[in-house]
Ligand binder design. Sequence first.
Ligand code: NAP
Ligand code: G4F
Length: 329
Amino acid sequence: MAKRALITGITGQDGSYLAEHLLSLGYEVHGLVRRVALEDPSRRLHRISHLVDRLVLHPATLETYPSIFNVISRVALDECYHLAAQSFVAESFNDGFSTMNTNINGTHYMLAALYELRRDCKFYFAGTSEMFGKVRETPQTEMTPFYPRSPYGISKVAGFELTRNYREAYGMYCCNGILFNHESPRRGFEFVSRKITSTAVQIKLGMATELALGNLDAKRDWGHASDYVEAMHLMLQQPEPDDYVVATGETHTVREFCELAFCELGLDYGKYIKIDERYYRPAEVHLLLGDSTKARRQLSWEPKYQFSELVKEMVHADLAEVLQSGKAP
Ligand code: NAP
Ligand code: G4F
């Protein structure tokens, strides 16, 4: 019998890679999607359009318990990957209330519905290095205390604790991934990596003249999303549920990301970057660097991509897209 998995956030970057990975392993893959996505498939389902015939999509939203309860009552699930979230840190400063609502209550609804209906279903929560925030030690491990610096980070700490509590209180198989930044050609355009690669391409092709950014000195431990979804799956295949840091163990500044991306196109980034105060955050996370020794030892996981390969792939994917469509991405 094929294993049956539900992915919330299947239309997002990670959801699309995870769906591909689980299908390649022979899973029956279900996805929870907002109704608006089903009504506007060419745009909202673009990351999974090549898979859509092999998926079972269920309309629901994280905003209401009944919609989640209905989906979970209809499918006998073995595994549930809860990836859906308001995931953009900057937006969480603009609307902390809706970020909290989606990310905390949405996670609680998922866990409560699984507790009621599918107590044996294994559960993955998409925790994040943003929970470390104003870091208490470097590198950050599973033992590093949390110090979130944004409504997003705070909401994810709550989701992490809910997940741990369902594991400890009810003996459910619930895991937290503490994933450091991961990118890909499917990354949303609002995140700094994709903003840099897509704008650099537009500058190269004469469609833009500058790139407006905020803090160039922030450091991130950047990996590739396709590597990171493999770690999510491995976490749910262990004898006991646990929490794991997933990271490359290398950190780079936003400035270095720019330098590499522009260089790939034969451009000097320094000539095109404009600092714009609007992109600074009220509270910044200055340095993230993960120690994923536990995941490497216990899950036999390791990333395949180097930082320079990730940047190159993103630049060339954006270039190919613009050359093909003739439009800015
Ligand atoms: P993403 O591309 O922003 O995708 C977010 C997904 O959540 C989308 O499918 C979105 O659906 C869905 N969603 C948002 N609000 C929803 C709601 N109210 N009801 C139902 N679905 C909703 O994010 P990602 O980069 O793939 O990240 C996946 C998860 O990992 C997120 O929880 C994120 O916080 C976490 N994470 C990401 C990283 C990273 O570096 N990428 C690192 C650590 C943790 P629509 O398409 O309908 O908007
Ligand atoms: O690309 P970012 O928006 O990602 P951020 O804030 O690190 O969050 C991402 O990674 C987290 C894991 O640590 C996830 F949990 C979260 O869901 C998301 O996927 O910003 C990266 C850095 C920040 O320090 C930001 O201040 O880039 C800096 N930055 C500088 N200029 C900018 C810009 N970020 C954005 N988005 N846009 C700018 O113009």
